[in-house]
Design a protein around this ligand. Structure first.
Ligand code: KG4
Ligand code: ZN
Length: 338
């Protein structure tokens, strides 16, 4: 079954064609990052307009890349939540029109479910149940993936998302938006012990996370150094910060594995591309004999293929949308309806 998938929830317009949820036939992305860099972050109005400009061309490109005709498409899948509402609406409206014109089913896909499904593309043998840590620009959560369309949230951030913090600190250090990857590169040559970061203690759910204290500590450190005219060792600050973020994520995920008894662990989302976090997971998973799944970097960030993968399993579960499908800025991953 060939699914034509559309993603437009943030600053990437993406169209992919995916076969049977596992095989990427084409994955076309038009990134708006260069444009938003000028403003240090995503400007929602600009994002929506750029999605409109890019989406038709990408759809044609996807068909041309595969040599498929419109009549070869069996269904259309689209991100309908969560995301920047104006941006998501562009994809939803395009997908509705495409499904109507092609006379094929329309499948609504939750963006974070899509991030998890990127693992199905990278690992054809991976099947639920497994545990997944999702860390992106807007989300940080530990999820028990009980089945392809059945999720149970075990822990979540109480404040900022991990990616948001990486971007904020990177921006303060003068790196262009989105700074996460640049900060990661800078950290490679630094000493992660040079600037010890606070370890936030949280009451309540031991699997919940918090990044705001860490973010504030790093901001204060940078401002204090500026005021005193002291030069900071930027690579070491980046390495110390990355270590602290990893320390917030990795031990909790390991605890979640122990609590659930799951033996398979996946990671997903843009921040799953972080080399420090990947390395720490590799080491800890090997220690415990846990099978670790980490998508290649290009499948960690937003893309259309992951929506096509999840769309297939939503389709098998009977999920369909009509022409009244709406877009939603927020929606829990385990919600069955908006
Ligand atoms: O999943 P994603 O592409 O978009 C959202 O759904 O949010 O995630 C984007 C986030 C940004 O905050 C970006 O800075 C971060 O992922 N990111 C990284 C790295 N690569 C991307 N953060 C840390 N290290 C990286 N290597
Ligand atoms: Zn995303």
């Amino acid at each position: 079954m060939k699914i034509f998938a559309v993603e437009s929830s943030c600053d990437e317009t993406a169209v992919a064609i995916v076969e049977d949820g596992r095989k990427v036939l084409t994955d076309c992305i038009a990134s708006q990052v260069e444009l938003h860099k000028l403003y240090g972050g995503v400007v929602p109005e600009i994002a929506s307009r750029k999605h409109i400009e890019a989406i038709y061309g990408l759809a044609d490109q996807a068909l041309a890349n595969t040599g498929l005709g419109r009549c070869d498409i069996d269904a259309v899948a689209v991100t309908y939540a969560p995301g920047l509402i104006g941006a998501v609406l562009v994809g939803v409206n395009f997908a509705k029109a495409a499904a109507l014109a092609l006379d094929v089913p329309l499948i609504p896909v939750h963006h974070i479910r899509g991030h998890i499904a990127a693992n199905y593309l990278a690992y054809p043998d991976l099947e639920p149940p497994f545990l997944c840590l999702v860390v992106s620009g807007g989300h940080s959560l530990i999820v028990d993936v009980e089945d392809y369309t059945k999720f149970h949230i075990l822990g979540t951030t109480r404040d900022d998302a991990a990616g948001e913090c990486f971007d904020k600190i990177a921006r303060l250090l003068g790196m262009p938006y989105p700074g996460g990857a640049a900060l990661d590169r800078m950290a490679q040559t630094g000493d992660d012990q040079k600037y010890p970061m606070p370890h936030t203690k949280l009451s309540g759910n031991p699997l919940d996370m918090s990044f705001s204290g860490l973010k504030t500590a790093a901001i204060n450190l940078i401002h204090n150094a500026e005021q005193k005219g002291e030069a900071l060792d930027i690579p070491s600050l980046c390495a110390s910060f990355s270590l602290a973020v990893s320390d917030m994520l990795v031990p909790r995920t390991m605890e979640a594995l122990e609590m659930t008894g799951r033996k398979k662990l996946a990671i997903a989302g843009g921040v799953a591309a972080n080399s420090r976090i990947r390395g720490d997971f590799q080491r800890e998973a090997a220690k415990r004999g846990v099978q670790l799944y980490m998508p290649p970097l290009k499948l960690c960030g937003d893309n259309g293929a992951m929506i096509g993968a999840q769309g297939y399993y939503e389709y098998l579960a009977g999920v369909r949308a009509g022409q009244d499908l709406n877009a939603y800025a927020t929606m829990a991953i385990d919600a069955t309806e908006p």
